[in-house]
Design a protein around this ligand. Structure first.
Ligand code: ZN
Ligand code: FE
Length: 255
């Protein structure tokens, strides 16, 4: 299976999964980039994966399904009317010769799911707006405790897992990361790598679970450096990793 990034809006990625002439897309907020990709590469769209209900992830579904009989796999949320297959925690499904598993990852929204699985020898996760490269989604609907739990579920995937997030927010995320984790040498190296990618217009995704655990402040709330930064930012003594996470997320919101 090959996986391609289709840029949408200003900073979204629609991920296209291709095997032979068959294609699935993840979070098509717009139809046009998908239609262009299908026409250019002469592919047949078979289905759609949806991570959560926000319009920048769902806005293209109705146009894509208008003249096609597609499977649309997505969360248990009746507001996404085109869904044909509801994906709940622990569900498995097959597409393009690969097996995927649904993980419930509430926090950014309450309906948010991620899809992880084996594609050939690769392990991949499509995590929408939950885990970003160097950051995490804002808490629009869920609590910090829910998001902390969801991020840890994703972080528990194998280190080599390729992380396909839905936005190119990496540069801004790493600027914040450097402010709260200033002595992290791997983070400094990543900032240089990402600057080089962006200078050439290259996507900074996929990332990997190993790289996120080493450099993403929202997965590092148990580390003394992050505990210190979170206590300074919040002016409070924080007694748990979850409280450190909550303070870091609140700090990022006003950073
Ligand atoms: Zn979202
Ligand atoms: Fe989004």
């Amino acid at each position: 299976m090959n996986i391609y990034s289709l840029p949408a809006f200003t900073d979204n990625y629609i991920w296209a999964l291709v095997e032979g002439t068959q294609c699935w897309v993840v979070d098509p907020g717009q139809a046009a980039p998908v239609e262009r990709f299908l026409a250019t590469h002469q592919l047949q769209l078979e289905g759609v994966l949806i991570t959560h209900h926000h319009g920048d992830h769902t806005g293209g579904i109705s146009e894509l399904t208008k003249h096609r009989n597609l499977r649309v796999i997505g969360p248990d949320n009746p507001s996404i009317t085109e869904i044909t297959d509801t994906a709940r925690e622990g569900d498995s499904f097959h597409l393009l010769g690969a097996t995927f598993h649904t993980m419930a990852v509430p926090g950014h929204t309450l309906d948010h799911v991620a899809y992880q699985g084996e594609a050939g020898s690769r392990h991949v996760v499509f995590c929408g707006d939950t885990l970003f490269a160097g950051g995490c989604g804002r808490l629009f609907e869920g609590t910090p405790a829910q998001m902390w739990h969801s991020l840890n579920k994703i972080a528990d995937l194998p280190d080599r897992t390729e992380v396909y997030a839905a936005h190119e927010y990496t540069t801004a995320n790493l600027t914040f990361a450097a402010a709260v984790d200033p002595e992290n040498a791997q983070l400094q190296a990543r900032i240089a790598d990402v600057a080089a990618c962006r200078a050439h217009g290259i996507a900074t995704l996929p990332s990997s679970i190993a790289l996120e655990k080493a450099t993403n402040p929202f997965l590092r709330a148990a580390k003394p450096a992050l505990q210190h930064a979170a206590a300074l930012a919040s002016g409070e003594r924080l007694s748990s990793d979850e409280a450190v996470f909550a303070a870091l997320r609140a700090y990022k919101d006003r950073f």
